[in-house]
Design a binder for this molecule. Structure first.
Ligand code: SME
Length: 162
């Protein structure tokens, strides 16, 4: 089964895709669309953005999803509380996992940091168990590193416009 098959060209293509885009929501929307195109065996990919103690649904690809998740709840809120990525091989075995799509069987959540503070999370669901490996986590983290760097510039630019 083909898992994430990512080479440095895809990382470069992703950097090129977002580098001239300085509207936060557009960057996140295109990131979710890009990841949806390159990843096999996923049924949801998108963002939750942290405001206070609540994660709010951001741009995504997939079925309609729950709009708010409290820090410490579900896989997303737990990743924020722990400030670390979480790979869930079988969502039924993750206490407190929140079902948005009953088809989801495994999941990965990667926190996004800006200036050492959690900005939000990337959340990806799969309709098969054991979809995400630690190697996948490392590769996705590289995309998130690119995103974090660009978002810093985007938010600085937006603050200057306000
Ligand atoms: N499963 C997530 C909720 C978000 S949906 O998967 C899109 C969780 O447990 O936090």
């Amino acid at each position: 089964m083909k898992q994430i098959n990512i080479d440095s060209n895809l990382l470069l293509a992703y950097s090129e895709l977002i580098k001239d885009d300085f509207f936060e929501m557009s960057v996140l929307a295109n990131t979710s669309a890009f990841l949806n195109e390159i990843l096999d065996n996923i049924n949801w990919v998108g963002f939750y953005i942290l405001k206070g103690d609540t994660l709010y649904l951001g741009p995504f690809q997939g079925k309609v999803a729950c709009t708010t998740i409290e820090v410490g709840k579900g896989v997303c809120g737990t990743a924020v509380a722990r400030r670390e990525a979480i790979v869930v091989p079988d969502v039924e075995k993750f206490p407190g996992h929140i079902y948005c799509d009953p088809l989801s069987q495994s999941e990965i959540v990667i926190p996004i940091f800006l200036n050492n503070e959690v900005y939000g999370v990337l959340d990806i669901d799969s309709p098969i168990k054991n979809r995400f490996t630690d190697a996948d986590k490392d590769i996705l983290q590289e995309f998130i590193n690119v995103l974090e760097n660009h978002l810093k510039s985007v938010l600085k630019y937006q603050n200057e416009q306000d």
